[in-house]
Design a protein around this ligand. Structure first.
Ligand code: HEC
Ligand code: HEC
Ligand code: HEC
Ligand code: HEC
Ligand code: HEC
Ligand code: HEC
Ligand code: HEC
Length: 262
């Protein structure tokens, strides 16, 4: 029996290795996706590191460190330039702000070249106002850091959405009865970029809650009646959503009621 399980482990490891080989190559992107800079050529990360030493410290361990522009095999790779555009002109003039280099912190188009799906999400009816220029990707993402999901504040949320608390204090502040769903992070219920649903919700109806709170047929009551959390909800569910029907309005947490009613 143990032997059989052992073989399965090896088989699974092999399948995984084979599956990961193509994934490792996805770091290569076509040249037309990188930003263009008139008259400039690719010089490679190593040249950038000469002046931007602080970025050199964290970048090699970051998500985009293995991204490179196809057909430009320069020393150190082209990951810096895949976001900032080819750097020869910037380097020739000794660097400087606004000098022959793209800063995607000011213009997210540089990110959209490769992340078209995010661009599409930001055009949905409800979205964070990034395309409108009211906020930008780096308020939630750290492009050069070892962790692209930017941490901020010391709250006990999932690592990925601690940044939410910086702008949405009301939903993130400590409470006597915090909804334990928050431990899974804000993205358990909200899309970070955009959604077809109001309030960026991942689902517009009770399914939002029922993914975690099993709805079970009441064993004692009549056919068609349902219980959630060991309490009959048959009547309640006809009134509207769990949070809008005057029931669990304090969906993030409450200081007075453990059932998150107010
Ligand atoms: C000769 C030194 C030097 C080299 C080499 C260099 N830079 Fe710069 N760069 C600077 C200086 C100086 C600034 C001004 C801001 C600062 O002091 O950090 C700057 C600013 C920038 C900015 C901010 C631009 C803005 O408008 O806000 C970016 C982005 C940038 N560099 C990227 C790069 C990349 C990518 C490379 C490699 C292709 C590179 N730099 C190579 C010196 C250099
Ligand atoms: C994933 C895209 C991406 C990659 C890859 C990338 N950067 Fe950046 N870089 C950004 C963004 C976004 C900003 C704006 C950050 C901000 O405003 O806080 C930025 C800002 C900068 C700045 C200006 C910092 C300042 O003080 O305003 C420099 C310099 C820079 N990058 C250099 C580099 C170098 C060197 C590399 C490669 C080692 C690199 N970047 C790789 C996206 C990227
Ligand atoms: C030249 C193409 C390119 C550009 C430009 C680019 N990215 Fe990426 N990005 C990638 C690739 C490829 C991956 C997948 C890397 C991987 O799976 O290891 C990725 C992954 C990511 C991830 C997911 C990381 C994860 O662990 O799930 C985030 C977040 C991200 N990029 C944000 C940005 C932001 C913000 C910008 C602009 C500042 C940007 N990217 C610009 C190619 C790019
Ligand atoms: C309000 C905060 C926030 C902003 C602003 C933001 N992101 Fe994200 N992004 C997130 C979070 C949180 C995740 C992780 C989603 C998850 O794990 O479900 C994420 C995931 C991603 C991913 C991984 C793919 C995916 O769908 O999981 C990419 C790529 C990405 N973001 C790119 C961007 C780009 C490009 C911008 C700017 C145009 C941007 N993000 C702006 C919070 C943000
Ligand atoms: C840099 C500030 C900032 C950060 C960080 C941020 N947001 Fe937002 N958020 C905004 C702004 C601005 C709006 C648009 C408000 C408006 O249109 O009235 C918004 C809107 C929202 C809305 C919709 C509110 C409504 O009334 O429709 C939700 C939900 C939301 N954000 C959740 C999140 C989550 C989850 C995160 C973390 C992944 C996050 N936000 C990170 C600034 C931020
Ligand atoms: C259990 C699901 C759930 C989780 C987890 C969750 N939210 Fe919400 N959030 C909701 C619902 C449902 C609404 C809509 C409430 C309404 O319309 O009355 C909402 C509304 C919001 C709004 C809009 C508030 C308004 O008055 O318009 C913001 C901003 C927000 N949430 C931010 C966050 C942040 C930040 C986190 C993480 C700390 C988070 N949410 C976690 C379910 C959740
Ligand atoms: C990511 C999973 C998750 C989601 C989504 C979620 N919850 Fe929860 N919720 C929990 C956990 C875990 C608890 C604590 C254990 C329990 O009571 O089931 C909890 C507890 C509660 C409680 C307190 C129950 C009690 O008896 O004290 C209420 C009320 C509640 N949730 C309502 C909601 C509503 C309304 C929604 C949808 C807007 C929702 N939940 C979505 C995970 C979730």
């Amino acid at each position: 029996m143990t032997n059989k399980r052992f073989n399965w482990t090896i088989a699974a490891a092999l399948v995984l290795t084979v599956a990961l080989i193509p994934a490792c190559r996805t770091g290569q992107v076509e040249a037309d996706k990188a930003p263009k800079i008139e008259g400039a050529k690719y010089v490679g990360n190593q040249v950038c590191f000469d002046c931007h030493t602080n970025i050199h410290r964290t970048f090699p361990a970051s998500t985009h460190a293995r991204v490179r522009v196809a057909d430009f095999d320069v020393k150190g790779g082209t990951s810096c330039e895949s976001c900032h555009g080819p750097g020869s002109e910037h380097v020739r003039v000794g660097g400087g702000r606004g000098r022959f280099i793209v800063n995607p912190g000011r213009d997210p188009m540089a990110c959209f070249n490769c992340h078209q799906e995010i661009h599409a999400q930001l055009r949905l009816p409800h979205h964070h106002p990034i395309v409108e220029g009211q906020m930008n990707c780096v308020q939630c993402h750290d492009p050069h850091g070892t962790d692209i999901f930017k941490p901020a504040g010391g709250l006990a949320f999932s690592r990925r959405d601690q940044s939410c608390a910086e702008c949405h204090r009301e939903q993130s502040r400590p409470r006597v009865f915090v909804h334990p769903a928050l431990r899974e992070g804000c993205t358990a219920c909200h899309e970070p970029h955009g959604s077809v649903n109001d309030k960026l919700l991942v689902a517009r109806d009770n399914n939002l809650c029922l993914r975690c709170h099993a709805q079970i047929a009441s064993p004692t009551a009549s056919v068609g009646s349902v219980s959630i959390g060991a309490m009959s909800h048959t009547q309640f569910l006809t009134r509207g959503t769990c949070w809008s029907a005057g029931c669990h309005t304090a969906v993030h947490g409450s200081n007075v009621d453990s059932k998150l009613r107010f």
